[in-house]
Design a protein around this ligand. Structure first.
Ligand code: ADP
Ligand code: ZN
Ligand code: ZN
Length: 718
């Protein structure tokens, strides 16, 4: 009798949260391996699972008797070979352990959606190819290859001949996955040589026996040029290069810098179609693509041999995934750089306090660039808006107004940053002061003038604007505050001739909209770019000589432990967009709380003093980097039940003397769900993780009534 394979697989299941595998049997000859996908029946549902392990038994009946239950068969083996290689498989298991999330969710987040192991998974696009079996056919029709796309074949061969050739077996038609052609790899010379500082930095990096480097350098100090140099070395060693940027809008600029120097570049981000992602994924796996520029998820690409990883703007919050598994790209990058024994460069003008603290303690190697390449830093002015308001300037200060006028006259460009989209953030009834709230969240609705609607920025709910007040019936609404739409209108009033373009989540909803906006601004089709934090990062426009930052201290009002740091970052980063080329730049920072150290030091671009100041607050409050934290959130429709669970968890952890517990605290209601959260802190991260697992495995959770989310090293806690 034939041996039978017993296959243990991970599947997605709404009730089971824990990392258990389920067993099935497989009787065919083919070997099933770890990392392949299979189709099985689970409770009458056909679902896709990931193979974890297999073993053989001689006798299935006997094996089932030992188990005490019947196994079901694997119904279909989807992959010819494992789609998750050994490296990524163990990375997935490690990630699950570190982030306290289901193994299957880790595998899912690693794969482009066409490859994800859900039953709805779309198939790759197939194309018909003609395989020519007879070289005379090839010669007769002048084909230079023996495999031709069917549509190209039919352009040269009549339908009648085609059928004839097929019937006689001279040609065969097969379906193949549609894929992008890889280019042959080339390296072009740099247009200039590195400065002395840059050379030194490259040397230090090459010599460092620590693979993780924190490259701290002002905006415009030539970090990207260093990435290019290091990439060149890795490529000449025949290894691959991964460049990560925080936002899609930055991929195009980074790709442009790299395309000038190399070819064989793949772009990978969430804006690509499933098919495009799938193609890039395959090319990287086959080693045909040498360089990948991408956002967060590109960290999981199946490289053969990585020679360099760059995490540009390492401080950026978008490197942390905010849904399960809540991983930080930096941690994954460190792990992969260990596996591939390659350098990992964390680049930033404003590193996270965690990273800088680690660099000072030699956990990472610190490399600093202290000068800008082309110009000094822009001149920065702090504008006290409480004084301006007394002069009747509610939105724009007279100094900034004057500066904008000067730039327009000189035909130089202006960037204005206001980190709030929409027209106004609050709509209030003028007779009874009722504020219009989202029906699903504890959040005020913002007015969007573009489509004349009220929109919730948390859940996306939107409603018409012509309703009467639900409290008093009046139809008189007043708008409070300023969003990007209103600012645009206001600036246009002052400068009717100015060509203004707006970039925020509303204006970039369409595919590639961000690229169009940025390139038209770069080509000077517009004078002023107004936008949210989207425009504060990494962009390099030589003709921009003025940056204005509105409501700069607004984000300080958040209660989050990182709010001063993120406010500082935003101002420094946005300031860095000004005066990057031959013309000197200026920055105007408008704020109310102008004495705050975070604002003052940001205007001075003084990272080191800011770091020291902020570290003493973190120390006093026992916040990271002095401790490790994890947040546990409970959400559901029944407030009492949610609250009880949160209190249970908090007393559980309070019994442990190595752990400090904050909360439970009630968070804003979102999408109709009540939310409570506790935060736990510990000196030892691995211990914290062990303890979280112990707690978690003792929980019985019905996902329909309660969702529990664990966030280890939360980036934001507001
Ligand atoms: P960062 O990445 O730190 O913001 P970049 O690498 O973009 O800095 O450099 C800022 C500007 O200086 C860019 O326009 C770049 O082309 C230019 N640049 C960088 N290195 C050199 C160099 N060695 N010689 C001349 N120009 C340079
Ligand atoms: Zn009213
Ligand atoms: Zn809402």
């Amino acid at each position: 009798m034939n041996k039978v394979q017993i296959v243990n697989i991970y599947i997605e299941h709404p009730i089971m949260q824990l990392n258990t595998t389920f067993s099935y049997f497989y009787q065919e000859k083919r070997r099933i391996e770890r990392g392949m996908r299979v189709k099985v029946d689970f409770n009458g549902q056909k679902i896709v699972g990931f193979v974890d392990s297999t073993f053989e038994v001689d006798n299935l009946q006997q094996h089932q008797r030992q188990l005490g239950y019947q196994l079901k068969p694997v119904e279909e083996v989807i992959d010819e070979e494992p789609i998750i290689n050994d490296e990524l498989y163990s990375l997935g298991l490690w990630m699950s352990r570190q982030t306290i999330s289901p193994v299957i969710s880790c595998f899912q987040s690693m794969l482009p959606s066409t490859l994800k192991p859900v039953s709805r998974a779309r198939k790759a696009v197939l194309e018909n190819w003609v395989i020519i079996k007879n070289s005379e056919v090839q010669q007769t029709y002048g084909f230079d290859k023996d495999e031709i796309l069917l549509k190209h074949f039919k352009e040269k061969v009549s339908a009648y001949r085609y059928r004839k050739l097929k019937d006689c077996g001279h040609i065969e038609v097969v379906k193949k996955e549609k894929r992008a052609e890889a280019e042959k790899f080339k390296v072009f010379d740099a247009p200039y040589s590195l400065t002395k500082e840059q050379k030194q930095a490259v040397e230090t990096i090459n010599k460092s026996d620590n693979n993780v480097i924190l490259l701290h350098g002002l905006t415009g100090s030539g970090k990207t040029e260093i990435y290019l140099q290091l990439a060149r070395q890795a490529l000449l060693d025949d290894r691959q290069v991964l460049i990560l940027v925080p936002e899609i809008s930055l991929t195009s600029q980074m790709v442009k810098r790299f395309r000038d120097r190399f070819n064989s570049i793949a772009i990978y981000h969430s804006g690509l179609s499933a098919q495009e992602k799938y193609q890039q994924y395959t090319l990287v796996r086959e080693g045909q693509v040498k360089i990948v520029v991408g956002t967060r998820s590109a960290i999981f690409m199946p490289f053969k041999s990585i020679g360099l990883i760059v995490l540009d703007e390492e401080h950026d919050g978008s490197y942390k995934q905010d849904s399960t598994p809540k991983y930080n790209t930096r941690d994954i990058a460190i792990r992969r750089s260990e596996t591939h024994n390659c350098k990992l460069i964390l680049g930033s003008a404003t590193p996270t306090l965690e990273s800088y603290a680690r660099a000072i303690k030699d956990v990472y190697r610190l490399v600093s660039l202290d000068k800008r390449i082309n110009q000094d830093l822009p001149k920065s002015y702090l504008v006290d808006m409480s004084k301006e308001i007394r002069k009747g300037n509610y939105i724009i200060s007279s100094a900034l107004l004057k500066a904008i006028r000067e730039r327009l006259e000189k035909k130089q460009q202006v960037i204005l940053l206001l980190n709030r989209r929409g027209y106004t953030p609050i709509v209030k009834c003028s007779s009874c002061s009722h504020v219009v709230m989202c029906p699903h969240c504890d959040v005020a609705l913002s007015y969007h003038k573009d489509d004349d609607r009220l929109v919730c920025h948390v859940c996306g709910h939107s409603q018409t604007n012509d309703l009467s007040c639900p409290k008093c019936g009046s139809k008189m609404w007043r708008n409070y505050g300023v969003g990007t739409q209103r600012l645009t209108e206001e600036i246009q009033k002052h400068f009717p001739q100015a060509r203004i373009i707006r970039m925020d989540a509303d204006s970039t909803r369409k595919k590639d909209a961000h690229i169009k906006i940025l390139s038209s601004f770069e080509n000077q089709k517009y004078d002023i770019l107004i936008g949210t934090q989207m425009i504060s990062k990494g962009l390099d426009f030589p003709n921009v000589t003025l940056v204005g930052i509105f409501n700069a201290d607004g984000p300080l009002q958040r209660t989050d432990y990182r709010s001063v740091e993120t406010t500082f970052d935003l101002i420094v980063q946005a300031s860095g967009r000004s005066g990057r080329s031959v013309n000197p730049g200026e920055v105007y920072v408008q704020a109310y709380d102008i004495s705050h150290y975070g604002i003052r030091l940001a205007v001075k671009q003084d990272y080191i003093t800011f770091f020291n100041n902020e570290m003493s607050y973190r120390h006093a409050g026992k916040y990271p980097p002095y401790t490790f934290m994890a947040a546990i959130s409970f959400a559901g429709k029944e407030e009492e039940a949610i609250k009880d669970r949160a209190f249970e968890a908090s007393s559980y952890f309070r019994n442990d003397s190595d752990i400090r517990v904050l909360g439970p605290s009630r968070l804003l209601k979102i999408k109709g769900e009540y939310r409570y959260r506790i935060v736990i802190k510990s000196k030892d991260k691995q211990q914290l993780i062990e303890k979280l697992w112990n707690w978690y495995e003792g929980q019985s959770i019905n996902k329909r009534q309660l969702s529990v989310q664990i966030d280890v090293d939360p980036y934001i806690l507001d």
